[in-house]
Design a binder for this molecule. Structure first.
Ligand code: ADP
Ligand code: MG
Length: 226
């Protein structure tokens, strides 16, 4: 009975996520449509025309950022629950963010060990992509990004450590809250999506952060040793 209950809850998390994605993408599209219609106004001044185009382009960028946070790895097929080799899949995500790290003078060091967990590989990728992107963005003047994983009793532990701007107590408490962002063009959705995905894999996330010192995220999953 208990496992059935948990399954239903997880399905809900996934369908809630799908619902919020369409909502999030529809909003900017509606704004773009509105401004495109305004562009048809007869005798529109150059100034207003430029302004409308600027807003429409900004909203399209926003839609793209939202898709990046939710759907980078989305496939049409339903989520497959499978064995995830943590070291192998983490390395794939690290390779994806390497160009972004290089551009920001962020040095990546990794020390990940073999460990197996159960979940959707697609979710795993999206989750760690969002978290690693945030760490790199927290170091606008460069820094060190350290990714480690190890096995502790019956858990697989993953640590993401940056020496970036860090978070205040309030920011820590709002981590994962939808739309909470301290960035000029942030969506405030990346951490929410990551947390939901960790939740569906029965994991936990712990934050240790200090302003101007950096942030360490500790993500823990049940170890599958079958
Ligand atoms: P976004 O990146 O679009 O702002 P997120 O949901 O990914 O939205 O992150 C929400 C907020 O959490 C960020 O704006 C930032 O304030 C904070 N945050 C997340 N990760 C870190 C980090 N590693 N260092 C400092 N702040 C962070
Ligand atoms: Mg983000």
């Amino acid at each position: 009975m208990r496992s059935k209950l948990i399954k239903v809850e997880k399905m809900e998390i996934v369908s809630q996520l799908a619902a919020s994605i369409s909502h999030e993408i529809r909003n900017p599209l509606t704004v773009v449509k509105g401004f495109m219609q305004l562009l048809k106004t007869p005798d529109l001044s150059n100034e207003l025309r430029d302004k409308y185009i600027h807003i429409a382009l900004e909203e399209l960028d926003r839609a793209r950022l939202i898709i990046d946070d939710y759907l980078t790895f989305a496939k049409p097929a339903p989520q497959k629950i499978e064995k995830i080799l943590v070291d192998q899949e983490l390395r794939k995500v690290i390779d994806m963010v390497r160009p972004m790290a290089n551009m920001n003078s962020v040095r990546i060091s990794e020390n990940v060990v073999t460990g197996c967990i159960i979940g959707s590989t697609q979710h795993f990728h999206q989750c760690f992509l969002n978290l690693l992107k945030n760490s790199i963005e927290a170091m606008p003047n460069g820094g060190e990004l350290n990714i480690t994983s190890f096995i502790d009793k019956d858990k697989v532990v993953i640590k993401i450590q940056d020496n970036g701007i860090g978070m205040t107590r309030e920011q820590i408490s709002r981590f994962g809250e939808p739309y909470f962002s301290t960035k000029e063009t942030g969506t405030g959705l990346g951490t929410m999506v990551a947390l939901k995905m960790i939740q569906t894999m029965n994991g936990t996330l712990d934050i240790d952060s200090a302003v101007n010192k950096g942030t360490t995220l500790t993500i823990t999953f049940p170890w599958s040793n079958e």
